[in-house]
Ligand binder design. Structure first.
Ligand code: ATP
Ligand code: RIB
Length: 302
């Protein structure tokens, strides 16, 4: 379905340390957890694996250190058919995310950037070649990296999707002419000052996002409420698919990958968001980040 799409992701690669507990500790509190485990993650790597599992020819542009986590993560990307020839190996330590997961599947994440913070902006941009159809970026690398990658892709006429996670106040004016800007609720608040809790605030925030970035579409990820699409003329609200929530980690990454590919295939933003909602509902029903990413078969059987 998506096998003729040539995609690249510029983004982070992390080892995730996941700690499960019923209730999260307050400052000064010491509580017992129920399990812990390591899982492959990082917003860039998750989105690259998401694209590849759905069938797109995918390469990842990023950085890991030459340590045990870096080697494991690279091996896993290769096993998932992600081209890692543009992942450089140097820097202090591979990125690490400490994820506390409560009894309701909600997470709190602390990221140690490590090698992700050492990606060179012009080297990353130089990896974006004419043969690409689609570029995905997130905000888990330095702002200069995001800006230079996006501008190179826009210059080349490549469809560019900016996933605004994690929440940061980034200069959207420096990345004019992107195709889709897609923040979640807290990222929308960080970028616009508006928390998108009803149709009025969703519209207000979407207008600001389009005005600042000159994107064609603002797609807001709204958790269990699904998502919204604003194209400068009309606002559509698309409800989430019902799901039993186990772990919301990487639901946003999964949504972005599926939504971007369906947009590339059909050019239909509503169909794209439906696909994103389907994929996101599968992601929240699974533990871990990379494990959340479904195949096309899993989505269509849903
Ligand atoms: P992450 O936890 O990865 O940071 P996010 O906050 O970026 O996720 P969300 O808005 O929470 O992104 O979720 C992304 C998409 O996943 C939603 O737009 C929706 O399609 C789907 N989704 C999230 N939560 C649920 C839920 N409880 N039930 C069904 N679908 C959901
Ligand atoms: O979006 C989920 C990801 O955010 C996790 O895999 C973790 O690495 C953090 O970066």
């Amino acid at each position: 379905m998506y096998s003729n799409i040539r995609a690249a992701v510029v983004g982070s690669i992390n080892m995730d340390l996941i700690l499960n507990m019923e209730k999260v500790p307050q400052a000064g509190e010491n509580l017992l957890g129920t399990h812990y485990g390591y899982a492959n993650g990082g917003k860039g790597a998750n989105q690259a694996i998401g694209l590849s599992r759905l069938g797109a020819k995918t390469k990842l542009i990023g950085k890991v250190a030459n340590d045990a986590n870096g080697q494991k993560l690279l091996k896993n990307l290769t096993n998932n058919n992600v081209d890692i020839s543009d992942v450089s190996i140097s820097g202090s330590q591979t990125g690490l995310a400490a994820i506390i997961l409560d009894g309701e599947g909600r997470n709190r994440i602390v990221v140690y950037e490590g090698a992700n913070a050492e990606i060179d902006p012009s080297e990353a941009a130089d990896c974006i070649k004419d043969d690409l159809d689609l570029l995905l970026v997130q905000f888990e690398t330095r702002e200069e990296v995001v800006i230079s990658a996006v501008n190179r892709a826009v210059e080349k006429g490549i469809t560019t999707v900016v996933d605004c996670g994690p929440a940061k106040k980034i200069a959207l004016e420096e990345m004019q002419g992107i195709t889709i800007i897609t923040p979640n609720e807290s990222e929308t608040k960080a970028l616009t000052g508006i928390f998108p809790d009803n149709e009025e605030t969703i519209l207000e925030a979407s207008k600001i996002l389009l005005r600042r970035s000159k994107a064609r579409y603002a797609v807001l990820k709204l958790g269990e409420r699904g998502c919204s699409v604003w194209d400068g003329e009309s606002l559509k609200m698309l409800p989430a698919y019902p799901s039993k929530v186990v772990d919301t980690t990487a639901a946003g990454d999964c949504f972005t990958a599926a939504m971007a590919l369906e947009f590339m295939r059909s050019g239909d933003m509503i169909a794209a968001c439906e696909m994103g909602n389907r994929a996101g509902s599968i992601a929240v029903s699974r533990m871990g980040a990379e494990a959340s990413m479904p195949t096309v078969n899993e989505i269509t059987k849903q």
